[in-house]
Design a protein around this ligand. Structure first.
Ligand code: NCD
Length: 309
């Protein structure tokens, strides 16, 4: 039996290096597979999605992924149109979805929401983003992109810039990077540094520097991972306005970077990467979004098939 069969994916902290590598190998297999053969992997299976927060890539890539495996999807993309609006509890909503589907994806604004959903669901639950806590499938796709584009992960110098306090993708990425031999530089406004309690554990495995100044590291980085300032998570709009536009990666910044460095972003991008960077060879964020479809297909294939595929 494969170790992902019927298992939840709640936190990157539940995935060791060997499990991550299993997903990456399965993703390579998905990419190379004949489409007809791929459509047998989840034939007749249903993905149920519950998105209590906006999403473009995560939901659509999961839907594209299950479709590519021959399965189907149903769900709620706009929670205002569901019975949650009438006051139905998250537990009941999840229970109902687990009756109608074979695997669930949940995105919710509360930390711990996916862990809770997994407890009440009779079907495996995948965390599609829980509060400011984690976004595990994003980290899987981020690491896969690095591996694909840089041909390795070990030995790289990785800068992570932007909203490191509220950006959940940052935490999942750091937890995953803890399994590799990398040098990490965190760059953010003083008020948006990583939450010390959330990185307390990871500090034992991963060494990182913290700075407000991107110029200190920009010419040395192999990977620059840019994040959006998470406006919706600020308790106070005034605080957001103080840090809005703190860093903008434009062509001038690109000039300072190594020729073979890559720029990643989980997207959506606002002003933190100017659009004229999009056509440069360093910009890999659209490839990153594409890889998300394959990594999610691999994960679904492993969760839904006892012996893998
Ligand atoms: C991210 C998220 O929802 O955390 N989006 C995504 O899934 N790619 C990042 C963000 O919203 O800034």
């Amino acid at each position: 039996m494969n170790e992902f069969f019927q298992k939840d994916i709640i936190s990157v902290r539940d995935l060791d290096k060997q499990k991550l590598e299993t997903i990456f190998d399965a993703t390579e297999k998905i990419i190379q597979m004949d489409p007809n053969q791929r459509r047998e992997i989840a034939r007749g299976k249903t993905l149920g999605y519950l998105f209590f927060e906006p999403s473009t890539r995560t939901r659509l890539s999961f839907q594209a992924a299950i479709a590519s495996l021959g399965g189907t999807s149903l769900g709620i993309a706009d929670i205002a149109s569901s019975s949650a609006q009438k006051g139905e509890s998250l537990a009941d909503t999840v229970k109902i979805m687990s009756i109608y589907s074979d695997v669930l994806v949940l995105r919710h604004n509360l930390d711990g929401s996916s862990r809770f959903a997994a407890e009440v669901s009779t079907k495996p639950v995948i965390n599609g983003g829980s509060g400011t806590e984690e976004h595990p499938t994003q980290a899987i796709q981020d690491l896969f992109t690095i591996r694909k584009e840089k041909k390795k992960i070990d030995g790289l110098k990785i800068g992570i810039i932007g909203d490191l306090k509220y950006g959940r993708t940052v935490y999942s990425l750091l937890y995953a990077l803890g399994h590799y031999d990398v040098e990490v530089h965190l760059i953010s406004p003083e008020t948006l540094k990583v939450r010390p309690d959330s990185v307390y554990e990871i500090k034992k495995r991963l060494s990182f520097t913290e700075s407000t100044n991107i110029d200190e590291y920009i010419d040395d980085l192999d990977v620059l991972y840019v994040t959006r300032i998470q406006k919706e998570r600020f308790p106070d709009e005034e605080e957001y306005l103080k840090v809005k536009g703190s860093y903008v990666i434009g062509l001038d910044m690109l000039q300072k970077m190594k020729d073979n460095a890559i720029i990643l972003h989980p997207l959506p991008r606002l002003e933190e990467i100017s659009t004229d960077v999009d056509n440069t060879k360093q910009a890999k964020y659209f490839e990153q979004a594409e890889y998300g479809k394959y990594t999610r297909a691999a994960l679904l294939g492993l969760i839904l098939n006892r012996d893998g595929f």
